[in-house]
Ligand binder design. Structure first.
Ligand SMILES: Nc1ncnc2c1ncn2[C@@H]1O[C@H](COP(=O)(O)OP(=O)(O)OP(=O)(O)O)[C@@H](O)[C@H]1O
Length: 814
């Protein structure tokens, strides 16, 4: 521990490069990271012209082979794996986005027969010269990297990084639309959507990463997969006959008391999952972690593949059901097309009918006019004759030519014929219209009936889609949920009067030098020198804080000797607040941004742990609290929880807590630096659409001073205090060690501090430890002790962080 990372770096210099193409990034993380860092110092990577010709990047393998020493087996293996990577490095991908720098020489590409297409997904690893590794994805001309903690999204790949490290292509997942792209190991989905076969994109003999592949899920579509290397517990028994250790059969293992307890725990959480063999099988795959086992089951509950089929008969029925659904969907589509067709025809016929009716009315008007004209013209002589018989005939000059009358009569006759013909046409059209309407009637009724029944099915499909979308979001979050490792930041306080013993060669390294004790180097996720501002400190913790809104348990702790700046970092002065106030502000901001879709309730409690006693600081009587552990949860019956709605509320509550702390300390004759202060925020989010409820917690912890008893030379009560602090801080160290070494039993119960922090330090949380140090040479030994503690904590892999979300009963969750 301690500066183990640096020690590794030194020892790795002679070992040559370490390339672990088959290992996921989190395996043996810190050790290999430093080794790689060393290589980057040794191998200068020069940008090459974008044509890809000319200088090739100097490969690691070439460099490592330069030594003449005979090789060990391990070295030979390293060289083999390295040489396969060298091969990949010498084939820069054509047309790749290399950023502004155009440093294609820094990128490597396996020797493949085909270049990636726009829609292909290229998996890559970026080795930053700082020693960090990042998983990257390149698609459609864009490259993203997965930050290794805290953030919620794939981040755009920074351009400057092209000059700061090496990109290694791991694999290309081809677009399935073109069957020619399928690799030998790949197989697409089955015709009925049940195709469960996964694909591996490369041949096993090709020396490439055969851990990557994909599966075609019946509802989720194409899911990238990766076979992660993880250290797993294997339960064995000693076989007396052979004298060797044998793996316990599941049936036997179920009788083991510890395993029984774990299975009971899962069964209790999911009562309807009553196949104990299955539970144990899942537990085995979860490394005997019941929480992970429960979470997997909960996330995938109702999943198509989990439901069935267990027998070939079931499988057939399942497929038949799917075919039926597909058939029904097809029917709906056809019927919808037919309805559209009928609607169009009906509209056409109606338009025609209307125009014909207009024509008829025009013709009728015309006919009436003509008849009137005829009456006028044809009736005149007869009228004149009648008049002549009664009265003496006046002298009338005949003005109308009889021939004209004849012509007009002829026209009238023609018009009548046309009129009659048109009338017959209209009648015919009307009849055919009526026929059409008669035919349409039942078809429409049929359509309506089937539409109603199909609407139900469509609604079901929609509900399924909404559920899938939610699950996809969850899985996406999981994918991006970076390894959830504890992050360790180091902050050196400002002290103008100190004899400075610290140097800061980079933002991840710190060197402490003492004329008597020599020089020590430590590395952290981030090192803040004394000039770092409160804003800068918070900026790096922001992503982890805001993930509490998504239902994660988050914990920020400040560790260090008295006077090293823990309270300054966590609380800070009113004019320049520390993490506490800024974190709450940030949480309110995130909640406000999501107000359209979610509502949040925030509650706060403040407790102090003094001499292994938990005191409620929001209770004016400084009530002593009990801790009750249930699984991974800790209940504190009777604790005061105050709801907060604005940042000002938290300020008032903190003042109240501070006042009560002073009262309590007077009562107990203690000083604030001798107790741990914990500000605990619980955040419940309700998704307005799905009804899902998320429960996140944020614990902000200002630990008691870590100085050792010998130095404080305490007596009496101070000795008891120091012993209690020692006990709790060593318990914290033991918990870190147990987590680091993946022990089945993590000793959370060894102190009140670790007990209360269990949910934030367990396998499903995100934690951030600030190690606060003084730059003064006088404090050198305490500083080294603090830095060693921080280094040890840094090597812990908490596992994937998990959200605490319960499905809601509401829409979209059915
Ligand atoms: N980065 C900093 N810049 C300026 N002043 C600082 C900084 N860090 C600490 N200080 C000052 O140093 C003094 C001690 O810091 P602080 O009280 O935060 O230490 P502590 O580790 O919390 O001590 P204790 O264990 O006694 O609570 C305070 O006066 C604080 O204002």
């Amino acid at each position: 521990m301690g500066n183990g990372a640096s020690a590794d770096a030194a020892s790795s210099a002679s070992n040559g490069p370490v390339t672990t193409p088959l290992s996921p990034p989190q395996s043996a993380r810190s050790a290999t990271v430093v080794k790689r860092n060393k290589q980057f110092q040794e191998v200068e990577l020069k940008p090459t012209p974008s044509s890809g010709s000319g200088d090739k990047p100097q490969s690691r393998g070439q460099h490592s082979r330069s030594g003449d020493k005979p090789q060990s087996r391990g070295q030979q293996h390293q060289q083999q794996t390295t040489s396969s990577r060298n091969q990949t490095q010498q084939n820069p991908r054509k047309g790749d986005d290399v950023g502004a720098s155009g440093t294609t020489g820094r990128q490597s590409q396996p020797n493949r027969s085909s270049s990636p297409k726009e829609e292909d997904i290229v998996f890559e690893t970026f080795y930053h010269r700082s020693g960090k590794e990042f998983q990257c994805i390149y698609q459609s001309g864009m490259r993203f990297y997965l930050d290794d903690w805290g953030s919620k999204e794939w981040q755009p790949f920074p351009k400057r990084w092209y000059n700061e490290g090496l990109l290694v292509t791991n694999s290309i997942v081809k677009d399935d639309a073109d069957p020619r792209n399928s690799g030998s190991g790949a197989s697409g989905s089955g015709g009925n959507g049940q195709g469960s076969q996964g694909g591996q994109r490369r041949s096993r003999g090709g020396g490439q990463d055969d851990r990557e592949g994909y599966i075609m899920h019946p509802t989720r579509g194409k899911l990238p997969t990766y076979i992660f290397y993880k250290k797993h517990n294997v339960h064995m028994y000693m076989d007396k006959d052979t004298g060797s250790w044998m793996r316990l059969p599941i049936g036997w293992e179920l009788n083991h008391p510890l395993v029984k307890e774990l299975v009971d725990q899962v069964e209790e959480a999911i009562p309807h999952w009553n196949d104990r063999h299955e539970i144990l099988a899942m537990l085995r795959s979860c490394n005997y972690d019941p929480d992970e086992c429960i979470n997997i089951y909960m996330h995938l509950e109702g999943d198509e593949w989990l439901k069935v089929p267990k027998t070939a008969k079931d499988a057939k029925a399942f497929i038949a059901k799917d075919e039926k659904i597909a058939e029904l969907e097809m029917k709906v589509r056809n019927l919808e097309i037919e309805v559209q067709k009928y609607k169009a025809e009906k509209e056409e016929a109606e338009t025609l009918l209307k125009s014909q009716a207009e024509k008829i009315s025009d013709l009728e008007t015309e006919t009436k006019q003509t008849e009137a004209q005829l009456m006028v013209l044809g009736g005149r002589p007869r009228t004149a004759a009648r008049l002549r018989s009664k009265t003496p005939a006046p002298v009338v000059k005949e003005r109308v030519n009889p021939q004209d009358i004849e012509t007009l009569n002829g026209h009238a006759m023609d018009l009548r014929k046309v009129h009659t013909r048109l009338k017959m046409d209209v009648q015919r059209y009307m009849d055919s219209m009526k026929d059409m309407v008669r035919q349409l009637g039942p078809a429409m009724a049929k359509m309506k009936a089937s539409e109603t029944s199909q609407m139900g099915e469509l609604e079901e499909v929609r509900a399924l889609y909404r559920k899938e979308a939610l699950q996809r979001k969850l899985l996406y979050n999981q994918l991006q949920e970076l390894r959830g490792n504890i992050r360790v930041f180091c902050r050196a306080r400002k002290d103008d009067n100190a004899t400075n013993c610290l140097k800061f060669p980079s933002d991840q390294d710190i060197v402490a030098t003492h004329p008597q004790y020599g020089k020590k180097i430590f590395s952290f996720d981030k090192v803040f020198d004394p000039s770092a501002t409160q804003e800068q400190i918070f900026e790096d913790t922001k992503p982890i804080v805001s993930s509490c809104v998504d239902g994660y348990n988050v914990c920020l702790m400040a560790y260090g000797q008295t006077g090293s700046g823990k309270t300054f970092t966590m609380m800070g002065p009113e004019s320049n607040p520390g993490i506490n106030i800024r974190a709450v502000k940030e949480l309110f901001q995130v909640c406000q941004d999501r107000a359209e879709t979610q509502t949040f309730t925030m509650k706060v409690s403040i407790v102090e742990i003094y001499n292994e006693t938990v005191v409620d600081l929001l209770n004016s009587d400084a009530k002593v609290l009990e801790l009750r552990t249930a699984g991974n949860k800790v209940n504190i019956p009777g604790i005061t929880e105050i709801p907060i709605k604005a940042v000002d509320d938290i300020k008032k509550i903190m003042k109240m807590g501070d006042k009560n702390r002073t009262t309590a300390s007077t009562k107990m004759n203690s000083t604030s630096s001798r107790s741990h202060l914990l500000l605990m925020l619980s955040l419940e989010g309700l998704d307005k659409v799905t009804g899902a409820v998320s429960n996140g917690t944020l614990t902000l912890c200002d630990l008691a001073g870590s100085e050792r008893i010998s130095k404080t030379e305490a007596e009496g009560q101070r000795l008891v205090e120091a012993a209690a602090i020692n006990k709790s801080l060593s318990a914290l160290g033991q918990v870190f060690t147990a987590l680091r070494t993946s022990q089945l039993h993590v000793p959370y119960r060894n102190s009140k501090l670790t007990q209360i922090l269990q949910p934030s330090l367990g396998g499903d949380a995100k934690a951030c430890l600030f190690v606060n140090i003084s730059p003064d040479e006088f404090n050198f030994q305490e500083t080294i002790s603090t830095l060693t503690f921080g280094s040890s904590a840094r090597q812990i892999a908490l596992g994937q962080a998990k959200q605490n979300i319960k499905k809601g009963p509401g829409r979209g969750n059915d």
